[in-house]
Design a protein around this ligand. Structure first.
Ligand code: HMN
Length: 291
């Protein structure tokens, strides 16, 4: 197994009802998630609503969460930003806060060329001592990274892996086979068992905030070759994920956390608050699957 493999929660960011950061809630949230047996955390990603925060807020969350975890799990800081210099600034903060690695989405919105995207990652990898995990997310990239682009990046000594948020498990297998020492994380929780079967070293997921234990058990079942058990656990998880995809994964995850005793507030605008009928769906699936 890769040293950085395993099951990582893509951590949500707690806010107060009025939208201010709620840093005090990070410590209880860390305890709640560590108790599920998670191997690590991916802090400040899309799930953490990074793009709805200022750079100073993102740094404050990275620091406070590392303080709460105190070395009990591996920590990857998501430092992605459109501007290379902002990503580098966040990467320095992650190194100072004691993170094990950094990760970054490709620069988005502008249709940067492949050469510009590769140069962005290379500059980021060169800027700090931390290893870098590339975020492959074709659905949200104007020009998706090709397998050849990803392998070019993995040839950089500090670029150690890929978070593969894609249903293309063929590409995942090709990457892992061509770069066997790289750490590859499955990014779509609803197909975690499939990604692991095709060679992933673990996964990073939003829904692990509320059902870390199910995914840790699935990971262990797959590592000992117990596919039937993994399939049963995936089916159980997907009953919950269906509801989350229907009502919105991030607001839905926060609503579930609240029912499980972790009040992390709402998502920031423009995310909407859940309607009464959406809340009823959340309550039902939590009562039937997560308690
Ligand atoms: C993050 O940066 O927080 C990641 O995107 C987390 C993860 O890969 C999630 N992907 C997206 O949100 C696009 C998944 O866990 C996803 O939420 C889940 O599979 C439900 O579709």
């Amino acid at each position: 197994a890769h040293a950085l493999g395993g099951v990582y929660s893509a951590l949500i960011t707690p806010f107060h009802a009025d939208g201010r950061l709620n840093l005090d809630q990070l410590a209880p949230l860390a305890e709640f998630e560590l108790a599920q047996g998670l191997h690590g955390f991916y802090v400040g990603g899309s799930t953490g609503e990074a793009f709805l925060q200022t750079a100073d807020e993102r740094v404050a969350v990275l620091k406070a969460f590392a303080r709460a975890v105190q070395g009990r799990a591996r920590l990857i800081a998501h430092v992605g930003a459109i501007a290379t210099d902002e990503a580098i600034h966040l990467a320095h903060a992650a190194a100072d806060a004691g993170y094990d690695a950094i990760s970054a989405i490709p620069p988005f919105y502008y249709d940067f060329s492949a050469a510009e995207v590769l140069a962005h990652y290379q500059a980021l990898a060169d800027a700090t001592p931390l290893p870098l995990v590339v975020y492959n997310f074709p659905a949200k990239s104007a020009r998706p990274l090709s397998t050849a682009d990803l392998l070019t990046l993995l040839a950089h000594p500090k670029i150690i892996g890929v978070k593969h948020t894609s249903q293309n498990l063929y590409q995942l297998e090709r990457l892992k086979t061509a770069a066997p020492d790289a750490v590859i994380y499955n990014g779509f929780d609803e197909m975690f068992a499939g990604g692991m079967a095709m060679g992933a070293d673990g996964g990073i997921g939003t829904t692990f905030n509320v059902m870390g234990r199910i995914f840790v058990e699935m990971y262990e079942a797959l590592r000992r070759g117990d596919l039937p058990r993994a399939q049963r656990l995936q089916t159980r998880a997907n009953a919950v994920i269906d509801v989350l995809i229907d009502i919105g994964v991030f607001p839905g995850t926060k609503a579930m956390l609240k029912l499980l005793g972790q009040d992390c507030g709402p998502c920031r605008r423009p995310f909407a608050t859940l309607s009464a009928s959406q809340m009823a769906k959340v309550e039902h699936v939590v009562a039937t699957h997560l308690r």
